[in-house]
Design a binder for this molecule. Structure first.
Ligand code: GRF
Length: 202
């Protein structure tokens, strides 16, 4: 199965996918990495692994829709079965999302529906949460609002700060993403009528 990855940052989730595939733990191929930041670590990691990487600059486009159309036309070129947003930090326009519903997932560092958007670890600390974590969900037009496929939970400890808490969550993100991508590429999980079906059953 062909996977396209969208990423804006350091790319540790991308690296987890690359390593799992190289180690024979995931029967898939990352066929392209797509970014809104040419200097993203994810772009470097892709190139180091011999994966084609495309980055476009948002400021070269007049509108969000124009940028998204250009980026996703490059995504479509690699004919992915699955599109994984792994630390992709730009809002997506509804058109590109809706055309790919059920084929695009995102990993988000909170136990959705809690703490959508940015700064999730700080928000969890500020809220006095005793539990935090990460979610993988199907992407819909609503930011971080699509159907949740799987979550990983971690405790929030008394002396946590953003750095400690985010590291604890990130360590769980990688296996969570690998397990979810595995289930999707094997067809064990899919989106049917807006709901997550496991083993084909709602
Ligand atoms: C992760 O915490 C992911 O959940 C969030 O952005 C971060 C990306 O990390 N959406 P990396 O670039 O994969 O290392």
């Amino acid at each position: 199965r062909r996977i396209a990855v969208l990423a804006s940052g350091r790319g540790s989730n991308l690296q987890a996918l690359i390593d799992a595939i190289a180690g024979g733990d995931l029967a898939a191929e990352v066929v392209g990495v797509f970014s809104d930041r040419s200097r993203a670590g994810a772009v470097e990691r892709a190139r180091a692994a011999g994966i084609p990487a495309v980055s476009l600059r948002p400021r070269d486009f007049d509108t969000r829709a124009a940028f998204d159309e250009a980026l996703f036309s490059r995504v479509d070129d690699v004919q992915p079965d699955l599109i994984v947003c792994a630390g992709y930090m730009r809002l997506l326009s509804a058109d590109v999302v809706e055309a790919r519903e059920g084929r695009m997932i995102n990993i988000h560092p909170s136990l959705l529906p809690a703490f959508k958007g940015l700064h999730t670890h700080q928000l969890a600390l500020d809220a006095g949460a005793t539990e935090h974590g990460a979610s993988v969900h199907f992407v819909t037009a609503e930011l971080d609002g699509g159907p949740v496929i799987a979550q990983a939970r971690v405790p929030v400890l008394p002396d946590d700060d953003v750095e400690r808490l985010s590291a604890r969550v990130l360590a769980r993100e990688h296996p969570l993403l690998l397990a979810t991508v595995g289930a999707l590429v094997e067809g064990r999980v899919r989106l049917v009528d807006g709901q997550v079906c496991d083993h084909g059953r709602p």
